[in-house]
Design a protein around this ligand. Structure first.
Ligand code: PMP
Length: 435
């Protein structure tokens, strides 16, 4: 296999100074057999170069935010310009209004928006706002959906923790976990029972409307409609975590995606955003119905603040990213390339007798090593992680960079070329044959 002496050396050094050698556990190679993760030094378009000068085609895409490829010139220019004018003011700026308007236009359920610094913060605050508005405390969430690392949502929390085999985090008090009720995704009967049992105490039902955290998983027909209806009948709010799904499949979010026929029936009260809307810089945002958002300080009693929030660099990068994405044909092209790649992976796995279930939603897909459908977290867990680890390393050694987790999606960008797809298909054919 390929040698990466410089990555090995840097990993040893990093372990001395940074816990686990990584600044997010999902970056470690623990779930794919351990050892040094690859240290990258440069990224351009769909490509990465590691510190040993190997080139990779990137499908990790920083776990979602990088949808226009790395160092897209339009975004780089926006960041450079923002930096030259000062990176942080602690005052409002005009740009924040522009990005807020762009988000509202694309996601009409948001009357008002507030910018924060991460998806975690966005989700955490939607819960506070829902609790303030309903004056109730409990949250219903779905098993395997990951909503960031705040206390309440680190219960049955999906990809990161589940990859490491930690269902809950240490340091989350039982009293907090007892405020969270977990139901299987796509299970309206389970939700009905949870609401019948705890309905009067439930502040919100929180969901990834299209799941990105145990593979890409679509809600079954009627699931979101039923969820919204039942939540409202119980007096609870509906929160959509669209940190992954917004601007991922089309210029808009899951709640406005054409796969759903009745958009009015699936509108949430609050939406959490992150990732793509910052164009690769740190960002989060949340928004929703006016009466609900007006709970937030300085208008209302629910407190949320941020020194870094709405910083000009992140906001400018976000605007530039959305400007690229709203060009005609952008999503169609990613869709077509992902279809070609996913079909070829499936054909090659079939040919080699390797069970593979691909869930593709336009330019993103997950490839599960199993012979059954993946529609909920149990089914995603019941896939062959060892086989994934083997595939992951065979691909890495041929210059294809995937996320080191069997749950994580492959993300296409506007920068992936037909040649990149061809090279990836060839590498996968070799990998499946070697397995
Ligand atoms: N919600 C979802 C659906 C996510 O996928 C993530 C990150 N993977 C988060 C929230 C947390 O976002 P962040 O890492 O920016 O805090």
């Amino acid at each position: 296999s390929i040698q990466r002496p410089r990555s090995e050396q840097l990993y040893a050094e990093a372990l001395e100074h940074i816990v686990g050698g990584v600044n997010s556990p999902s970056r470690s190679f623990k779930a794919v057999g351990g050892g040094a993760p690859v240290f990258m030094k440069r990224a351009q378009g769909a490509h990465f170069w590691d510190v040993d000068d190997h080139r990779y085609i990137d499908y990790l895409c920083a776990y979602g935010p990088i949808i226009t490829g790395h160092a897209h010139p339009h975004i780089t220019e926006a960041i450079t310009c923002a930096a030259a004018n000062g990176t942080l003011y602690g005052t409002p700026t005009e740009f924040e209004i522009l990005l807020a308007r762009m988000l509202k236009e694309a996601i009409p359920s948001m009357d008002k928006v507030r910018f924060v610094n991460s998806g975690t913060e966005a989700v955490m605050t939607t819960i506070r706002v829902a609790r303030a508005y309903t004056k109730r405390s409990k949250i219903i969430k779905f098993a395997g959906c990951y909503h960031g690392h705040s206390d309440l949502v680190l219960v049955a929390a999906g990809s990161g923790p589940s990859t490491l085999g930690i269902p809950d985090s240490a340091g989350v008090p039982g009293s907090i976990a007892s405020e969270v009720i977990t139901v299987p995704f796509n299970d309206l009967d389970g939700l009905r029972v949870a609401l019948e049992t705890f309905g009067n105490d439930v502040a919100a039902v929180m969901v990834e409307p299209i799941v990105g955290n145990f593979g890409m998983v679509m809600p079954k027909p009627g699931f979101l409609e039923g969820l919204c209806k039942m939540a409202r009948e119980a007096g609870a709010l509906v929160i959509y975590d669209e940190v992954i799904s917004a601007f991922r499949f089309h210029y808009g979010s899951a709640q406005t995606y054409s796969a759903f026929s009745d958009h009015a029936a699936i509108e949430p009260d609050l939406t959490a955003l992150g990732k793509i809307i910052g164009g690769g810089l740190p960002i989060g945002a949340y928004g929703g119905r006016k009466q609900v958002m007006d709970q937030v300080a300085p208008l209302g009693p629910a407190y949320q603040a941020g020194t870094m929030a709405g910083n000009p660099a992140s906001i400018s990068a976000g605007i530039a990213c959305l400007e690229v994405l709203r060009e005609p044909g952008v999503y169609e092209r990613m869709d077509a390339q992902a279809a070609r790649l996913a079909d070829a992976l499936q054909a090659s796995a079939d040919k080699n007798g390797i069970p593979l279930t691909i869930n593709r939603i336009r330019g993103s897909f997950s490839a599960h090593f199993c012979d059954h459908p993946v529609t909920n977290y149990d089914e995603a867990q019941d896939t062959d992680g060892e086989r994934f680890g083997q595939f992951f390393r065979l691909m890495l050694d041929q210059g294809i960079c995937l996320a080191p987790s069997k749950y994580e999606a492959w993300f296409l960008t506007t920068a992936h070329t037909d040649e990149d797809i061809d090279a990836t298909i060839a590498a996968a054919e070799n990998a499946f044959a070697a397995m």
